[in-house]
Design a protein around this ligand. Structure first.
Ligand code: AMP
Length: 401
């Protein structure tokens, strides 16, 4: 299948071809025709699958026809959980609409001054990408006019609920026209996301795609059992010296721990930087840009800050601490192996983490191999799992410091 199979506007097809995208991804093949027909959609899709294109391409296509209503408010509203994701979505919107220069976008997110965003909102805007908190601020100041709104997208809805945005999201949706088309994308469609979708969507079509990529079968996943912090540090030091480890994202469970770890890595001479929610937006953007340019090789991140990091050629994701939820695990490892590449995800777990490992395996439907590095095995052996037959040893290491 090619993009020509969809009746997309020629200038959108031109932009896709300029981006070098020839074939739609699984989620795009399934979602685009249904969205073009005007259905509400409830889609389960992980990051890295092309989900942003799946909603942006048909939504932009609709915006190629003039609005039936006068006004200057947005016709397409995309609500996302984090600033980083908002910026990624805006970049993709600009990429796909580059030959439709009359379509204007604006991005309203927290953590940056109001003035520039206010200036943008005072001009006509077709596409508005927003995080819930800042959007509500502007709505409270009567700066947003939803009278022209045609399409509402809730991206990474599960994450928004995890972050406590249920009420703001409901408040925003209530302010939009009832006859809108609503598209909900989420890593999972269970529990509270399902309840929310039933409230906000009109007879939605469900889209669930289980492609190899979505199951992250292109990412080799391994668990190293560890005895504690000191053991984790030694393992990490060893792994970072392996030749095939290039751009790496390391996840920790807390901001404080991320700060401490990056200090250690810098002291050891690694080109490392930290990315977490306490940093100013400008710093976060600069850090991601430095990672993209290869100036930074190791990024130490927390879950919230990692949303929307779209850096190609990340060879390794290392879970220094396991995440609390299987959804976070899937999001984290999806930072490697992007757009069809292969990747490696290594997780450090203590023998007390077996429960979360089992939850992750049940969620992904995949068993994660356990391994150990010669000379760095845990003293506290993981019953059964550690003695599993798939245990392997690295023979290609360059030794430890
Ligand atoms: P997403 O899941 O939306 O975060 O997209 C993951 C990455 O895949 C982004 O860098 C996109 O620009 C890229 N991408 C999206 N659609 C396609 C496509 N059809 N072919 C190749 N790459 C794509």
């Amino acid at each position: 299948m090619t993009f020509d199979n969809f009746s997309l506007h020629p200038q959108i097809l031109r932009a896709l071809s300029a981006a070098g995208y020839t074939e739609p991804t699984g989620i795009q093949s399934k979602a685009i025709p249904k969205i073009l027909k005007g259905f509400d959609i409830r889609a389960s899709a992980q990051t890295g699958t092309g989900k942003t294109g799946a909603f942006l391409l048909p939504a932009l296509n609709r915006l190629t026809a003039p609005s039936a209503k006068s006004g200057k408010g947005p016709r397409l509203l995309i609500i996302v959980p984090t600033r980083e994701l908002a910026m990624q979505v805006e970049l993709q919107a600009q990429k796909y609409s580059r030959f439709l220069p009359h379509l204007k976008s604006a991005c309203v997110v927290g953590g940056v001054p109001y003035s520039a965003q206010l200036r943008k909102l005072s001009k006509p805007c077709d596409i508005l990408i927003a995080t819930p908190g800042r959007l509500i601020d502007f709505m409270d100041r009567s700066k947003i006019d939803f009278s022209r709104l045609e399409i509402l997208v809730l991206d990474e809805a599960d994450r928004m609920l995890d972050m406590g945005f249920l009420e703001p999201v409901e408040q925003i949706v209530a302010a939009t026209p009832a006859e809108r088309q609503t598209l909900l994308f989420s890593a999972t469609l269970q529990g509270s996301v399902k309840a929310l979708s039933e409230k906000l969507l009109n007879k939605p079509m469900d889209i669930v795609v289980h492609t190899e990529h979505e199951k992250h079968e292109n990412i080799s996943q391994t668990i190293y059992y560890t005895d504690g912090l000191e053991h984790k540090n030694r393992l990490l030091n060893h792994i970072l010296q392996m030749e095939e480890v290039e751009r790496t994202i390391i996840f920790t469970s807390t901001k404080r721990h991320a700060d401490e770890l990056v200090d250690d890595l810098l002291a050891q001479g690694h080109r490392a930087a930290v990315l977490h929610g306490d940093m100013k937006q400008r710093q976060r953007t600069r850090t991601i840009a430095q990672m993209k340019q290869g100036e930074i090789k190791v990024l130490v991140a927390t879950d919230v800050a990692s949303r929307g990091i779209d850096v190609q050629a990340v060879s390794h994701v290392i879970n220094f601490d396991l995440p609390r939820s299987p959804e976070d695990y899937v999001h984290r490892i999806g930072r490697t192996g992007r757009a069809g590449a292969t990747g490696t995800a290594l997780s450090f777990a203590s023998h007390r983490d077996s429960f979360i490992v089992k939850k992750i395996e049940a969620f992904t439907g995949q068993k994660i191999a356990t391994s150990a590095i010669a000379g760095l095995e845990p003293v506290v052996k993981q019953k059964k799992r550690f003695n599993a037959p798939q245990r392997k040893r690295f023979s290609h290491s360059r030794g430890r410091r």
